[in-house]
Design a protein around this ligand. Structure first.
Ligand code: ZN
Length: 440
């Protein structure tokens, strides 16, 4: 695969994926196009060796897998894990109020965004809406306004001369997007706004009433290259759509390699940013239940998983030139210098010396250098879906990711080569004849 084409496709995926539901729907379409068969969790299925499948849970999580042909000698699985969600502002169920000729929507904060970056941005709205059709059935429809429809204006500095000295943001009072200007007789409400949008996007559906929704505000500025030599990428939701894109692209590309006859699986969980304890999250049963379908016998499953390998992909922190004192001085990942292996003595990352060595070996074979990250010893360490998945399944795991700056800002930044460098290592992981083994 060519890097230019790869990055163009990545931008397209980012723009088409304002919410986890949209990301999953986009990935599903790509997988379907490439020959993956869709399974449904509520129905029995017969899995055939040599075939590829995918399953969606709760619109926001997806698992895709390819089974080796029946005469393969190595039954192990090569597994990649990512998450589909990003920090955002989620619209409240009964949102919509008039104030001083403005129509505004109340929002809750989803996950841990850098809130200051949400002010003065052109925001759009997207998500899923549950409707009742004219036949009386409930149906879930995805909507995306795709254009700027909302904004949270800052308070002018003249009303707060101390604004640049640090300002605690009151989430209830200050984070209320403006959606429209109205007169006193306007009867604008969230249901009428959504009904009109559904009519635009799903004109073939006879919707009688809107029952509920999961809608998010998002930054609708497209991703772009940045820097004098286009060295960087600036975009929303790089955490963790970057890894989702690398994962599904590698799964699809591996099908073209006729030599690559092995079991491989990609799991894209939802709800990582809020702790993963949901049906679609990494602490839920999704991955376990899929592996149970593939390997119904628990003893065989445990044995196979122990000989398998899991790459937990989530973005890493590059060293920030203005805040380099926040990085451990000996561990300062640079943009465009290769994927970052994350480790932590207290296992907030699942990397061990063995799993790190296996990933380094694979990356070296792909011609890609890796970098090492540990948090400063005097600061708390973040985490990923790696440790919990590794603990639940007993599978050797490495935590890695593309180096980024401004994680959880409405616009995040990475090197323009970082997505492809990560992809090359994952492609090698999926297509290598056998996983590297350690003795002893
Ligand atoms: Zn993440």
């Amino acid at each position: 695969m060519q890097e230019d084409r790869f990055t163009q496709d990545f931008f397209q995926f980012l723009q088409a994926s304002p919410t986890p539901f949209h990301a999953v729907s986009f990935m599903a379409a790509k997988l379907r196009e490439s020959g993956f068969h869709e399974l449904c969790e509520t129905r029995p299925c017969e899995l055939l060796a040599g075939n590829s499948y995918f399953i969606i849970r709760d619109n926001g999580a997806l698992a895709a897998f390819t089974l080796a042909s029946s005469n393969v000698a190595d039954p192990s699985f090569r597994i990649m894990g990512t998450h589909t969600d990003s920090p955002a502002l989620q619209i409240k169920p009964l949102a919509g109020k008039a104030s001083h000729s403005f129509f505004q929507l109340g929002v809750e904060v989803y996950g841990g965004p850098l809130l200051s970056t949400w002010f003065d941005r052109e925001l759009s709205i997207a998500g899923r809406v549950v409707c009742r059709t004219s036949e009386g059935a409930l149906t879930t429809l995805l909507i995306d306004f795709k254009r700027p429809v909302a904004i949270i204006p800052s308070l002018a500095i003249h009303f707060d001369r101390e604004a640049n000295k640090g300002h605690a943001i009151n989430k209830q009072k200050e984070l209320v997007p403006i959606l429209s200007q109205i007169t006193e007789d306007d009867s604008l409400n969230i249901s009428s706004i959504l009904a009109e949008q559904i009519q635009k996007e799903h004109s073939n559906r006879k919707v009688e009433a809107i029952i509920s929704f999961d809608l998010f505000c998002y930054d609708c500025q497209p991703p772009s290259f940045l820097g004098l030599g286009n060295e960087f990428i600036s975009a929303s939701r790089l955490d963790n759509l970057l890894s989702c894109f690398v994962g599904y692209s590698a799964m699809i590309e591996a099908l073209k390699d006729t030599q690559a006859d092995n079991n491989r699986l990609l799991i894209c969980n939802n709800h990582e940013e809020i702790g993963s304890l949901t049906a679609a999250g990494a602490k839920g049963s999704f991955l376990h239940s899929i592996l149970g379908r593939i390997m119904p016998d628990p003893v065989t499953r445990d044995r196979t998983l122990h000989g398998s390998f899991f790459i937990s992909m989530d973005n890493a922190h590059g060293v920030h030139p203005n805040f380099s004192d926040k990085s451990d001085p000996d561990h300062t990942p640079l943009l465009n210098h290769g994927p970052v292996i994350k480790s932590n003595a207290n296992q907030s990352y699942a990397t061990t010396s063995i799993s790190g060595a296996i990933y380094k070996t694979i990356a070296t074979e792909a011609g890609v250098t890796t970098q090492d990250f540990v948090m400063r010893s005097d600061m708390a360490c973040g985490s990923t879906i790696g440790p919990q998945t590794s603990a639940l399944l007993g599978i050797p795991t490495v935590d890695i990711g593309a180096p980024t700056l401004a994680m959880h800002s409405i616009r995040e930044m990475t090197g323009s080569h970082d997505p492809f460098l990560l992809y090359r290592t994952i492609n090698r992981f999926l297509t290598r004849k056998r996983l590297p083994q350690t003795e002893g």
